[in-house]
Design a protein around this ligand. Structure first.
Ligand SMILES: [Zn+2]
Length: 457
């Protein structure tokens, strides 16, 4: 094993140069003018995988291609099989004038490598590729088979991934999926993310009069849709910050004492959080810390609120309608379809007869949880501890990563989220960067992970 770690140490300069070559492709999946860059990037990646000793191919989809790469298989003995998922597509770099150097001309300053896609996600999955290269080039036997699935549509919703997983199910079925596309709180706190929140979204419209009306001539004799909507929405949260919809919390997975102890170890205080988000005072569900509220508790949020006249000056009307865009974040055991039904039923029940309510359904995704005490999670924590030489933290992520549910449904595998990104890496923002220490530690973590994980199967 030491020979693998030595190889990684010796080759850092070359690895960084190779990552820079990868970052020079403007692989922006959302922009049609980059279709050829996407293909060129996928082909470069497959060629690179081939060069380090993997069997690699570019698989076309209805959208951008997927790069599939595998360690050479030894038929004689059955080894554990793990899949590494990543994405070579990147977010649009605009607005360009806010970049200190061009987004597709990688620049190194200190231990930071600046480029669009450096952190999200090229640098992160490249760390895993370098770890497997170290095994293959030093002829060190891998304790497992590995398959890399690097897609090109993550930033535009992964529309073709589930289909790809289904059609390649036989070669992709595995013992666990490893994804490095989340974050760690800071360089001293490597992290395993073991839970994600789910989501449901919808749009509610309250209709009043058949047209905007003169508020002087008619106002007072009819319900105001904006007011009706505000009253409706305001009744959905009580003064303790709890969602006031009967049944909303039924079955929601509670936090264990172990998890709550883990939350306490996170290197951010409520005061720091308050400063970071720029609010006068924090607010959340009573009985939970802000860190628990933002990742382990369900929410009901208004994302947008529109009604009446929005231009300059005034306009004396009773608006014809009012609309709100809503999302609920869900925790494990809250089924999206059930929550959607109880929210909609409740809204219809409390809507006054003076207005007409229309609810339009949006997307939904289930929450995700892999027990932090499971053998695989514990194996990942050991690899993190050894690679970073620090005690790792356990994270619950407040956001949603829908593909993780597909891995479970289609491949039957849990996902270990071992993110190498830092909060200040500017993912999706101008001046995105990747920390080269995270890159190097990530390679070591990956190399150690295959040993630890294989023992856990
Ligand atoms: Zn992203």
């Amino acid at each position: 094993m030491q020979v693998v770690l030595d190889y990684l140490k010796r080759n850092q300069a070359r690895f960084v140069a190779e990552l820079c070559a990868f970052l020079r492709f403007p692989s922006v999946s959302a922009q049609a003018q980059h279709k050829r860059d996407m293909l060129a990037c996928a082909e470069w990646l497959a060629e690179h995988c081939h060069h380090i000793g993997l069997d690699a191919r570019v698989c076309p989809t209805h959208g951008h291609p997927i790069v599939l790469a595998k360690t050479p298989r030894t038929r004689s003995l059955r080894k554990p099989h793990f899949m590494v998922y990543g994405h070579y597509d990147v977010q649009p770099p605009e607005p360009l004038d806010l970049w200190k150097s061009p987004p597709f001309a990688p620049r190194i300053h200190g231990r930071s490598l600046f480029a669009r896609g450096a952190c999200d996600n090229k640098g992160q999955h490249f760390a895993h590729l370098k770890a497997v290269e170290a095994y293959l080039k030093t002829r060190t036997a891998l304790p497992c088979d590995l398959t890399f699935v690097i897609e090109g549509e993550e930033e535009v919703g992964s529309a073709n991934l589930a289909k790809f997983l289904k059609s390649h199910r036989r070669e992709l079925v595995c013992d666990a999926v490893v994804v490095s596309d989340t974050g760690m709180p800071d360089v001293d706190h490597p992290a395993l993310t073991y839970s994600l929140r789910g989501i449901i979204s919808f749009e509610i419209t309250v209709h009043g009069p058949s047209r905007d009306l003169h508020s002087g001539i008619f106002g007072g004799a009819l319900d105001n849709p904006a007011m009706a909507l505000c009253q409706l929405l305001a009744s959905l949260r009580d003064k303790n910050g709890r969602v006031a919809i009967p049944g909303f919390y039924n079955g929601a997975a509670p936090l264990s004492a172990y998890e709550r102890r883990q939350f306490k170890r996170l290197p951010i205080t409520p005061a720091e959080l308050q400063k970071l988000i720029g609010v006068k005072k924090l607010f959340g569900e009573r009985g939970f810390t802000p860190m628990e509220q933002r990742s382990a508790r369900p929410t009901f949020e208004i994302n947008g609120l529109t009604s009446g006249y929005q231009g300059t000056g005034g306009k004396t009307i009773v608006p014809a309608w009012a609309r709100a865009k809503i999302t609920c974040r869900l925790v494990p055991n809250q089924k999206p379809a059930r929550i959607r039904k109880i929210v909609c039923d409740h809204l219809r029940k409390i809507c006054p007869p003076t207005v007409r309510l229309v609810i339009e359904d949006g997307h939904g995704t289930e929450a995700y949880l892999v027990s932090p005490k499971s053998p695989q999670a514990q194996a990942a924590l050991r690899a993190l501890r050894k690679a970073f030489n620090r005690e790792p933290v356990l994270l619950r992520e407040g956001g949603s990563i829908p593909i993780v549910n597909d891995f479970k449904k289609v491949l039957g595998a849990d996902t270990l989220l071992l993110g190498l990104g830092l909060p200040e890496d500017n993912a999706h923002s101008p001046n995105e960067k990747f920390d080269l220490d995270c890159f190097e530690n990530g390679q070591r973590m990956s190399a150690l992970l295959w040993q630890e994980l294989s023992r856990s199967v």
